[in-house]
Design a protein around this ligand. Structure first.
Ligand SMILES: *[C@@H]1O[C@H](CO)[C@@H](O)[C@H](O)[C@H]1NC(C)=O
Ligand SMILES: *[C@@H]1O[C@H](CO)[C@@H](O)[C@H](O)[C@H]1NC(C)=O
Ligand SMILES: *[C@@H]1O[C@H](CO)[C@@H](O)[C@H](O)[C@H]1NC(C)=O
Length: 334
C-alpha cells in the first residue's frame, strides 16, 4: 500500500509540474505582467504597451503656474509614470533667453522629458484672471496626436502613479464628482480630467466657451456639456482636498460609510491631493505665517481623552512639502 501511495504522489507531482511549465510558456499574460513590473523606464523592449498614445497634460498661463506645472511634472517623472508629458505654455514665453520662464521651460524639457507645446492663452470674460484663463485647459481636447489625455490641475500634489487611468474603458470625458459639494447636483470636478482628444468634441467645447457667461468657468462649462454622459471616476483615491483635514465632517469624502474617518488611512490611499483651504490663499501665495494660522487644531478623542494631531501633521506636511519642492524645482520661495 505504501509503495502505491508513493507512486501516486510522484505521478501527481510530475503531472502538476508539467502543467505549471506548460501554462508558463503558453500564457501571453506573463509577458504583459513583465512589462508592467518594469514601469521604471521607456527603454524596456518587452513592454507591449504603446505609451506614446497617452499623455499627462498641463496648461500654463503665467509664471507661478509654470512653476506649479514643472513641479507636477517632476513628480510624474519621479514616480515613473510612463505616458508622455505635455505642457501647453503661452507662445510669448521665450525658450532661449535667461528669463525665469525660459530656464524653467528648459528644465522641464531636459530634466523631466516634457514636450513643450506653445499655445495661445484662452481668456473669456470674468472677474478673476486665474479663472478667466482656465479655459486654456480646454485646449487639451485639441491634442489629437494622443488617444487619451489626463489633465491635472497644477495646484495639487501627485502622491502616487496614476497610469492605470489610461486603461479604463473608453469615454470622451471622465471626471470625479466634486464630492465636497455633496452629490445632490452631481457636479463633476475638473481638477482631474481624463479625455479623448477629438476634433468634433473640441469644436463643441470651444463653441460653448464663446457663449459662456461672466461667472462661468471651465468647470461649469464641462458640467454643462458632460454632466449626463461623462464617465464618473471615484473621487477616492483620485481627488482629495487638503481642506478635508481641516473639516469635522467626512461622510461625503468617505462615501459609502464602510469605514470611519482615519486621516492616515485616507492620506495613504489618496493619489492626487488638491490644495483647497478657502479662505487661505493657494500655497504659492499664502505666507508661512498664514499657513501656520490656518492649520487644523488637534482633536480630543471623546472615548479616551487622548489628543489626536494626525490631521494637523498631515496638513502641515503637505504645505511644507510643497514649499520644499518649490524651492528645489523652481528655486522660488513663497
Ligand atoms: C544666459 O546665461 C549664460 C550663462 O550665464 C550665458 O552664457 C548666456 O550668454 C546667456 N544667454 C542670454 C541669451 O543672455
Ligand atoms: C488646434 O489644433 C490644430 C492642429 O494642431 C491647430 O492648427 C489649431 O491652431 C489648434 N487650435 C487652437 C485654438 O489652439
Ligand atoms: C475625559 O475628561 C473629562 C473632563 O476632564 C472627564 O470628565 C472624563 O471622565 C474623562 N474621560 C476619560 C475616559 O478619561
Amino acid at each position: 500500500m505504501v509503495q502505491y501511495r508513493r507512486f501516486y504522489l510522484i505521478a501527481i507531482f510530475v503531472f502538476l509540474a508539467m502543467l505549471f511549465l506548460l501554462t508558463k510558456s503558453l500564457l501571453p499574460g506573463r509577458r504583459l505582467m513583465g512589462g508592467f513590473r518594469k514601469m521604471g523606464g521607456h527603454s524596456d523592449r518587452q513592454d507591449p504597451i504603446d505609451w506614446s498614445r497617452f499623455a499627462y497634460v498641463q496648461y500654463v498661463t503665467n509664471l507661478p503656474y509654470l512653476c506649479n506645472s514643472v513641479m507636477l511634472f517632476e513628480a510624474l517623472h519621479r514616480l515613473g509614470c510612463m505616458p508622455d508629458r505635455l505642457m501647453m505654455y503661452p507662445d510669448h514665453f521665450s525658450l532661449e533667453d535667461n528669463s525665469t520662464e525660459a530656464i524653467l521651460l528648459r528644465k522641464a524639457r531636459d530634466e523631466y522629458k516634457v514636450i513643450l507645446k506653445p499655445i495661445e492663452v484662452q481668456r473669456r470674460g470674468g472677474n478673476d484672471p486665474t479663472w478667466a484663463e482656465s479655459y486654456t485647459k480646454l485646449l487639451a481636447f485639441n491634442q489629437t496626436d494622443y488617444q487619451r489625455i489626463l489633465h491635472l490641475d497644477s495646484d495639487s500634489t501627485v502622491l502616487q502613479n496614476l497610469d492605470e487611468l489610461f486603461f479604463i474603458e473608453p469615454a470622451f470625458v471622465a471626471m470625479p464628482r466634486a464630492y465636497w459639494l455633496g452629490f445632490q447636483d452631481r457636479i463633476l470636478s475638473s481638477q482631474l480630467l481624463l479625455l479623448q482628444p477629438n476634433k468634433h468634441e473640441f469644436d463643441r467645447v470651444m463653441k460653448a466657451t464663446s457663449g459662456a457667461g461672466g461667472d462661468d468657468y471651465d468647470m461649469d462649462l464641462l458640467n454643462n456639456l458632460y454632466k449626463d454622459n461623462a464617465l464618473v471616476l471615484p473621487h477616492r483615491p483620485y481627488d482629495l482636498l487638503t481642506g478635508e483635514f481641516r473639516g469635522e465632517e467626512h461622510s461625503k469624502y468617505i462615501g459609502d460609510g464602510s469605514k470611519s474617518w482615519d486621516p492616515d488611512y485616507f492620506y495613504k490611499e489618496c493619489k492626487f491631493l488638491h490644495f483647497s483651504d478657502w479662505p487661505l490663499p493657494k500655497p504659492w501665495i499664502a505666507t508661512k505665517h498664514a499657513v501656520d494660522e490656518a492649520k487644523p487644531p488637534c482633536r480630543t478623542d471623546p472615548k479616551t481623552n487622548q489628543t489626536l494631531c494626525r490631521e494637523q501633521e498631515i496638513w502641515v506636511d503637505a504645505y511644507a512639502d510643497y514649499r520644499r519642492r518649490r524651492k528645489e524645482v523652481c528655486d522660488m520661495i513663497v
